[in-house]
Design a protein around this ligand. Sequence first.
Ligand code: DAT
Ligand code: MG
Length: 149
Amino acid sequence: MERTFIAVKPDGVQRALVGEIIQRFEAKGFTLVGLKLLNVSRELAEQHYDVHKDKPFFSGLVNFITSGPVVAMVWEGEGVVASARKLIGATNPLSAEPGTIRGDYGVSIGRNLIHGSDAVETAQREIGLWFTDGELATWQPTIAPWLYE
Ligand code: DAT
Ligand code: MG
């Protein structure tokens, strides 16, 4: 089953949106298989955002993501990577559609509340970066027959 890496960034934690964000993924029908609150090391932040290392916003991004606790999660479900990106909305919250997490709660690109993997391969890399195998649960939700035919 497909998995994606989701992180509520320090602004989402400070603004007490953790429950709201988890609720959206649960209500959609995805399955939570990993969850932890952590202060992110500089090393992890730089590895996570390695693809952006030459961008002008990179140092600000690393400073921001290491500035307070982050809620790291792994969610599972058919098509979860692309679907999570839709639930999250466009990178710039001002352009994100109402009904998306960034569209409903954000006003600036550098404080866009949440990260979601952009592709299945990226998700695998990010899950490996943030979680050990032992931190991920394997379980079958009893509602599965009501989610999938
Ligand atoms: P996304 O998080 O939607 O995948 P991304 O991978 O292009 O977006 O960028 C990673 C994060 O970097 C993004 O969530 C916020 C920040 N960021 C991107 N573009 C930015 C910009 N032009 N100015 C400031 N921060 C930016
Ligand atoms: Mg990205």
